[in-house]
Design a protein around this ligand. Structure first.
Ligand code: GDP
Length: 206
């Protein structure tokens, strides 16, 4: 399964701006600076598709991208990639954090076509409280979550599994969907890319 086309569709700041259509959605979420834009660009092989943030506290938006994937038999599989705003920026005011939650909760509650949430966690550190809270919230609301540990190239290969286990223990929930594995990903050398695309494909075809 590989991506053959990726294009920007829309930006939403409230529910009335969600794009119409019936494409299944795969959402991406993580702390600010976790490497979400880099991962999306790497997954789609399109630099600049998702803009790397750099400006914490900028307007919180949901960005939609239409992705076309090609299956081994040459048939096409389309889905909507949903880039959600980053959470947990340390200096963000309490009010802004509350607004983030409301905005995102509205998305979870409204989006009937959401099939999978890819939650990104920096592989170098144990999950932060905000990561754990978001993960639990998603699981409690019945969503399927694939945890992706980002920036894997920053660790020696021999340490990757150990850090993955720390993240797994840190979020400490048994139902680590979809198949109980955390994917270690590097936007620099594309490690984990095929694995993540496979998870997405399997969810879309289910
Ligand atoms: P976002 O705020 O979550 O969208 O994060 P960005 O994609 O903007 O990345 C934040 C910083 O981490 C940038 O300086 C990126 O170059 C860097 N970064 C992101 N992904 C990787 C990765 O896989 N490996 C390395 N070495 N750096 C990364």
């Amino acid at each position: 399964f590989n991506v053959v086309n990726a294009s920007y569709v829309a930006t939403a700041v409230n529910t009335s701006q969600y794009p119409e259509g019936d494409l299944q959605e795969i959402a991406f979420i993580g702390r600010s600076n976790v490497g979400k834009s880099s991962l999306i660009n790497s997954l789609c092989r399109r630099n600049g598709l998702a803009r790397t943030s750099g400006t914490p506290g900028k307007t919180q938006t949901i960005n939609y991208f239409r992705i076309t994937g090609k299956l081994p038999d040459d048939s096409r599989l389309e889905f909507m990639l949903v880039d959600l705003p980053g959470y947990g920026y340390a200096k963000r005011a309490q009010t802004s954090r509350a607004a983030w939650s409301k905005f995102i909760e509205e998305y979870w509650m409204t989006s009937t076509r959401l099939k999978l949430v890819c939650q990104l966690i920096d592989i170098r550190h144990p999950p932060m409280e905000s990561d754990i809270n978001v993960y639990r919230w998603l699981i409690e609301h019945g969503l399927t979550v694939q945890v992706v540990a980002t920036k894997a190239d920053k660790l020696a290969k021999s340490r990757i599994q150990q850090h993955v286990r720390t993240i797994s223990a840190g979020i400490s929930l048994p139902q680590l969907n979809p198949d109980g594995r955390i994917i270690a990903y590097s936007a620099v050398n594309s490690d984990g890319r095929n694995e993540l695309l496979d998870v997405i494909k399997n969810i879309l075809l289910k």
